[in-house]
Every structure is written in C-alpha cells, then in structure tokens.
Design a protein around this ligand. Structure first.
Ligand SMILES: [Zn+2]
Length: 197
C-alpha cells in the first residue's frame, strides 16, 4: 500500500476560509468514524504536509472492498493555494480551455511532445504563481485576447487549482456516493483525481 493517492480538491473555497473548512471536514469525517484524531506520516508522500489522519473504524463504508486485511494509509489535509497535480514529475497540464471563447490551448502536444512548450506554458505559470501569492492571477487567451483568472480557465482532469485538498493515501477507490456527499459537506465544487508518488 501507500504509493498512490486519491485526491479531492476544493476548487472554490477562499484561502482565508480554508483552515475553518478543513477543521469542519475533519470533525465530520472523525464523527463518522472514517478517520481518527491519531496522525501518522507512514505510507504517505504529500509534498505539503508530513502527517495525515489515520483511518477510523468505519473507513471501509466509503470505499470499494479490497479484502478484510487491507489497511489504508493516512489522509493528508492540505491548506493553502496550490496547483494540485497527479504526479511527482511534470507539473504542467496538457491543455487549458479559455473560459471566454472556449478555445483549447495545447500545452503539451502529445504524442509529438512529452513536455510542456515553455513559451506556451510561461504565461500560465506566471498567472498561477501570482494567484498563489495574492489570490489573483490572470492569463490572456491567444485566441480571443481576453484575460481570465487562472481559476476560471478549465483544466484537464488531474490538474486543479485550489486552497484546500485532501489526499487519501492507499485507500481503495472511494465510492461515488461518498465523493458526492463529501462535496455536499464542503458546499463547494470539487476536482477529484488520482495520483502516484
Ligand atoms: Zn479565449
């Protein structure tokens, strides 16, 4: 177990509210006995935090069944504006879609290329860095010229900008019902992806 994760990113919560929402979600998961107050850094590799909350007695109610002896790893709670992606390697998403004209900008031109085009990626990186620092960052669309917030651009699955994320390390796949319930508890839209250390 342990080298992959399932992640839920809150893509709407304002950074100033992320701490409070994280605490509320933790209370909820612990009251449902999905997690416990005990923390551990074993079998988890989130870049931003060293320890997560270990599963509670009823953790198996919200995931697929992988056998009675399966023990999932901790759940890391990551607070702060960040670009969340599925791997440890390439950060860049393969594309981004303009929220104004809906034109897709190709950032990694698979299968001809396996890395982001630096010229194309640079304004996105600059916008994301500005957003991480101040909460506001924009990128101008090459097609329509409109400058849109990086949080308004549509990113492909596996890449998400958000101020609060939960990494479930080594859990069997979470059920759709739980993902829906989780989002409802947050009260915000989410991005849900998996990744590997
Ligand atoms: Zn556009």
């Amino acid at each position: 177990m342990g080298d992959y994760f399932e992640r839920i990113v809150d893509i709407e919560v304002p950074a100033v509210e992320a701490d409070a929402v994280a605490a509320r979600m933790l209370d909820w998961m612990i009251s449902r006995r999905l997690l416990s107050w005990e923390t551990s850094g074993d079998a988890m590799y989130s870049l931003e935090v060293d320890e997560g909350y270990v599963p509670g007695p009823d953790w198996a109610q919200v995931s697929e069944k992988w056998g009675d002896d399966w023990i999932p790893g901790p759940v890391a709670v990551i607070v702060g504006r960040d670009a969340h992606h599925g791997g440890q390697g390439e950060v860049e998403p393969e594309s981004a879609v303009c929220p104004r004209c809906h034109t897709k900008t190709v950032i990694i031109d698979y299968p001809q290329q396996w890395e982001a085009d630096p010229e194309i990626w640079r304004p996105f990186q600059t916008g994301i860095d500005a957003w991480k620092q101040s909460g506001v960052g924009t990128v101008a669309c090459n097609c329509c010229g409109a400058a849109a917030l990086v949080t308004e651009w549509e990113w492909p699955s596996g890449f998400a900008l958000g101020a609060l994320a939960f990494d479930f390390w080594g859990w069997p796949p979470l059920t759709d019902a739980f993902i829906t319930e989780f989002s409802a508890q947050l009260g915000h839209r989410i991005e849900h992806h998996t990744g590997k250390f």
